[in-house]
Design a protein around this ligand. Structure first.
Ligand code: URA
Length: 477
């Protein structure tokens, strides 16, 4: 009979070494007696060997999934965990499809225990409550007490080390302690529950818990299965739970009866931006008033740094509408869309597609030039989502006025403004998508992209794609 005594810390690695040695010597499972130091006494009397070094035997090959299950089961709080794990490994060497046989009692056992260990690890991740230690070091230090059902401390501690890498912490449990100092993880033996320290953050945590508790979504059974009562004794918020459950119904009634809350005072600061919307909302889109409204737009802060709003141009009614991103430096100064370098590329594409620019309603998704000033230069900055969304209101008015049969979106900003879909346009190029305003949208690249690519062949390809999109638009109306 082989007797193997494993240490209480590092037992999984020691078991692996021992198993490798036993397998190399072809010792069958029934001839091995496993024991972990600190488990039931007695084995030492028979002169058990503590296996700590890997044997130089042949490499043991096991399916990755089986290795994972064995790793879990070694942490399970059942006395036979080491012998069963060895038996399964022994069998897996001889039965290639063992893991696939769900009816095999060893495999069923393995899977049940793995689930229990995983659940325990999940609870440890969810219910460890750190309490700050008073210290003078450069790093903040925290301690937590937890009572796991299984021997999971060593396997679960790396999760906390990753998550709380910027602090020192210790998690004490009766089944081992984990200590992380300066990012280095160490383990020590289990201890009895220490006297609870006074925790000044506890009250904060309880207030937080009370506030996130949503009485309208209360499901007591689901809650108790997620947060079993056995964990309550170490959770500072636990004593609040019965009261919160008892008062939930009343609170839901009160919530239903309460008037809608008023906006916070800080919202008043946004009022100046909102005033023009109110005016515009009453407007039926006639071109003159639309242009005047756009010219005076202060709906978002972009108007503060731009010279002027650049409105759309073209006939009041147009079968084709073309939408760019926002005015550039030249456009901002001239007050006209697409009159700079990108405009020259666009003009060339109009020519190639035989689409007269003057017959198209040409506008931008955002009406003011967004930029940063660097020295004497004003550098283009891409408009953000909220600016696009604020300006979308004007775009809707323009579509309602021009009633285009098709809209060509030049680039990502226009595509997002028109469709509400912010996905990259590369995969959508040439696609016709429904717009938020009724007319279909043909997605294509922005002419400024042609100016940015260093490769002349690629620039040529982008040019012909843009012309092709405009040609498709002409042919579809
Ligand atoms: N880029 C645009 O998107 N619009 C313009 O008006 C000019 C450059």
């Amino acid at each position: 009979m082989e007797n193997v005594l494993l240490p209480p810390l590092g037992f999984a690695a020691a078991w692996r070494d021992a198993a490798r040695d036993l397998l190399a010597r072809e010792i069958p499972p029934e001839q091995v007696h496993w024991q972990c130091e600190g488990d039931a006494p007695g084995l030492e009397l028979f002169g058990a060997s503590v296996v700590s070094k890997a044997a130089d035997g042949p490499e043991i090959r096991l399916p990755r999934a089986l290795l994972g299950l064995i790793g879990d089961v070694l942490c399970a709080n059942v006395p036979v965990r080491f012998s069963m794990a060895y038996r399964i490994v022994w069998r897996a060497q001889r039965e290639r499809h063992l893991l696939g046989d769900a009816s095999d009692p060893d495999i069923a056992w393995l899977q049940v225990l793995s689930k229990l260990v995983h659940r325990d690890q999940h609870k440890m991740k969810a219910f460890v409550r750190f309490c700050e230690e008073q210290g003078s070091g450069a790093r903040r230090a925290f301690t937590a007490w937890f009572e796991p059902d299984h021997f999971i401390v060593e396997a679960t501690a790396p999760f906390f080390a990753r998550r709380f890498g910027d602090m020192d912490w210790r998690i004490e449990t009766p089944r081992g302690c984990a200590v992380c100092t300066g990012g280095a993880l160490h383990f020590g033996p289990g201890i009895a529950k220490p006297v609870a320290l006074a925790d000044p953050t506890e009250e904060l945590w309880r207030t937080y818990y009370t506030n996130i508790f949503n009485p309208a979504r209360l499901k007591v059974k689901a809650m108790q299965s997620e947060m079993p009562k056995k964990y309550w004794k170490n959770l500072p918020e636990a004593d609040l739970i019965p009261k919160l459950i008892a008062s939930a119904e009343q609170r839901v009634i009160a919530m239903r009866e309460a008037e809608a809350t008023q906006p916070a005072l800080r919202s008043l600061r946004m009022e100046p931006y909102e005033r023009p919307v109110a005016i515009a909302a009453e407007m039926t889109p006639d071109r003159e008033s639309l242009d005047t409204q756009i010219a005076g737009c202060t709906r978002c802060p972009l108007h503060c740094n731009a010279t002027q709003a650049v409105r759309g141009e073209g006939p009041d009614r147009a079968a084709i509408m073309v939408v760019g991103e926002q005015p550039g430096d030249r456009e901002d100064l001239a007050g006209r869309a697409f009159v700079g370098p990108a405009g020259r590329e666009l003009d060339a594409a109009f020519m190639a597609a035989e689409v007269p620019r003057g017959g198209v309603y040409l506008t931008n998704a955002v009406k003011h030039f967004k930029h940063t000033v660097r020295g004497k230069r004003r550098l283009h900055e891409r408009p953000g989502r909220s600016e696009i969304e604020t300006c979308r209101w004007w775009l809707g008015q323009e579509v309602a006025l021009a009633r285009p049969k098709i809209i060509v979106a030049l680039g990502a900003t226009a595509a997002y403004a028109l469709t509400g879909n912010g996905k990259a346009v590369t995969a959508r190029q040439g696609q016709v998508e429904p717009s938020l305003f009724g007319s279909p949208v043909l997605i294509t690249g922005h002419p400024a992209a042609i100016l940015r690519v260093p490769d002349p062949a690629l620039a040529e390809r982008l040019r012909s794609e843009l012309a092709a999109a405009l040609r498709t638009a002409r042919q579809s109306v």
